[in-house]
Design a protein around this ligand. Structure first.
Ligand SMILES: NC(=O)c1ccc[n+]([C@@H]2O[C@H](COP(=O)([O-])OP(=O)(O)OC[C@H]3O[C@@H](n4cnc5c(N)ncnc54)[C@H](OP(=O)(O)O)[C@@H]3O)[C@@H](O)[C@H]2O)c1
Ligand SMILES: *[C@@H]1O[C@H](CO)[C@@H](O)[C@H](O)[C@H]1NC(C)=O
Ligand SMILES: *[C@@H]1O[C@H](CO)[C@@H](O)[C@H](O)[C@H]1NC(C)=O
Ligand SMILES: *[C@@H]1O[C@H](CO)[C@@H](O)[C@H](O)[C@H]1NC(C)=O
Ligand SMILES: *[C@H]1O[C@H](CO)[C@@H](O)[C@H](O)[C@H]1NC(C)=O
Length: 329
């Protein structure tokens, strides 16, 4: 019986991989915008590897000032060098940012607000799927803080600059990275920063990726009248190092499925579309997939948890009334 099952799995896997590949390759759309970004400034969180690096390169190619950010100095300076060499644009900076630390997020945002004159594009791309269920120094679940709370705080702290930059003819844009795995996630506000949430070690990843969606919608509501738009993207399944923290299992997953994955270049097309396309800049609070508006899980549209999530997020990232006032006045 068991051996029959094993045989079935062995035979079915290549077929499944081929189907995923065919589906992904045939549905993947390419960003067609030719927009130049001279005189524009973009921040790409985690612009040092995988899809973030690909996005940063594209922005550099189009003439933008690009700021990339991750928690490791060596990785940051390597990426910086690569971008400058490949694209011949010297207006690129690397700054330290550890999204798992509220203090680091505040320092990064403070630095940006005092040194940058404008901010046209904020790409909340950094993310971790590390099977790391420990609590951070701030008392939150590690994955949730990196993927969701950290970006929540960062976005709100940077709003004054985004609002100052946005014009009626050209709003500044925020792009949040969701994932197909958000379909498995829940907006479970009471247990949001819990360790050992579920028997699957990285389950909070799914939760972090669904929380991003109601947030974009709530922020859109709160930003009415300001020239800032915010949308979510689902890149598809992309061959990056995101599974590396899983060790042997991670490299197995990466290599076994390599054939099924999109390349990082293919994976970032929707993010580029949302960041650059003229029509995409006219909507806010939407979920994009393959360069088109799509529907996220119905859970992401429930009103009650959305309001509660906002309150709880403000409390956990320790935003004070005065800061909220400055960002939303
Ligand atoms: N790959 C997929 O199939 C897939 C599918 C759906 C959604 N996504 C999402 O797409 C985004 C990009 O993922 P990727 O696949 O390109 O992964 P990746 O290659 O692992 O890149 C992740 C980036 O995030 C940075 N990062 C990690 N922890 C951080 C922290 N604490 N503070 C600041 N930056 C941090 C990393 O910097 P270091 O390298 O220096 O740690 C790296 O630059 C993520 O949000 C991911 O959840 C990926
Ligand atoms: C860098 O980019 C910014 C914004 O795009 C621009 O204002 C500035 O002049 C650029 N600096 C250089 C040295 O090109
Ligand atoms: C796990 O999370 C803790 C903080 O909660 C952090 O200090 C540590 O670096 C993380 N480990 C990995 C492998 O990401
Ligand atoms: C995504 O967008 C929301 C608002 O739209 C913002 O508050 C949040 O910080 C962003 N990032 C994440 C990961 O939710
Ligand atoms: C996060 O949740 C855990 C358990 O659910 C709780 O013990 C902790 O106090 C919470 N942290 C904060 C900052 O509220």
């Amino acid at each position: 019986m068991i051996s029959l099952l094993v045989a079935a799995v062995i035979f079915a896997s290549p077929l499944i991989i081929i189907i995923i590949r065919l589906y992904q390759k045939s549905t993947n759309a390419v960003c067609s915008s030719k927009k130049r970004l001279n005189g524009r400034t973009a921040i790409v969180t985690g612009g040092t590897a995988g899809m973030g690096l690909e996005i940063a390169k594209e922005f550099a190619h189009r003439g933008a000032r690009v700021i990339i950010a991750c928690p490791f100095k060596q990785e940051g300076s390597n990426a910086l060098k690569t971008i400058i060499e490949e694209k011949g644009n010297k207006n690129i900076s690397f700054k330290l940012l550890d999204l798992s630390s509220l203090k680091s997020v505040r320092e990064f945002a403070g630095d940006i607000l005092t040194t940058e004159e404008r901010l046209d594009l904020l790409i909340n791309n950094a993310g971790t799927g590390a099977p790391n269920d420990s609590q951070t120094k701030d008392g939150m679940n590690f994955i949730m803080q990196v993927n969701y709370y950290g970006h929540f705080l960062l976005t709100i702290l940077l709003l004054p600059l985004l609002k100052k930059t946005g014009q009626p003819s050209e709003p500044s844009r925020i792009v949040n990275t969701s994932s197909i795995l958000h379909w498995l996630g829940r907006i479970d506000v009471e247990n949001m920063n819990k360790s050992g949430y579920y028997w699957i070690p990285s389950y909070q990843y799914c939760n972090s990726k669904i929380c991003v969606i109601p947030f974009s919608r709530e922020l859109t509501r709160r930003l009415e009248g300001a020239h800032v738009v915010v949308n979510n993207v689902d890149p598809g399944a992309v061959g990056t190092a995101i599974f590396a923290p899983f060790g042997l299992w991670g490299s197995l997953l990466t290599n076994l499925f390599y054939f099924a994955y999109k390349t990082p270049w293919e994976g970032v097309q929707t993010a580029l579309h949302v960041a650059l396309d003229e029509k995409a800049g006219e909507v806010s609070g939407y979920f994009f997939k393959n360069c088109k508006i799509s529907r996220a899980s119905p859970l992401a549209y429930w009103k009650k948890p959305t309001a509660k999530l906002w309150e709880e997020s403000v409390r956990l990232v320790q935003l004070i009334d005065k800061e909220l006032e400055i960002s939303f006045k």
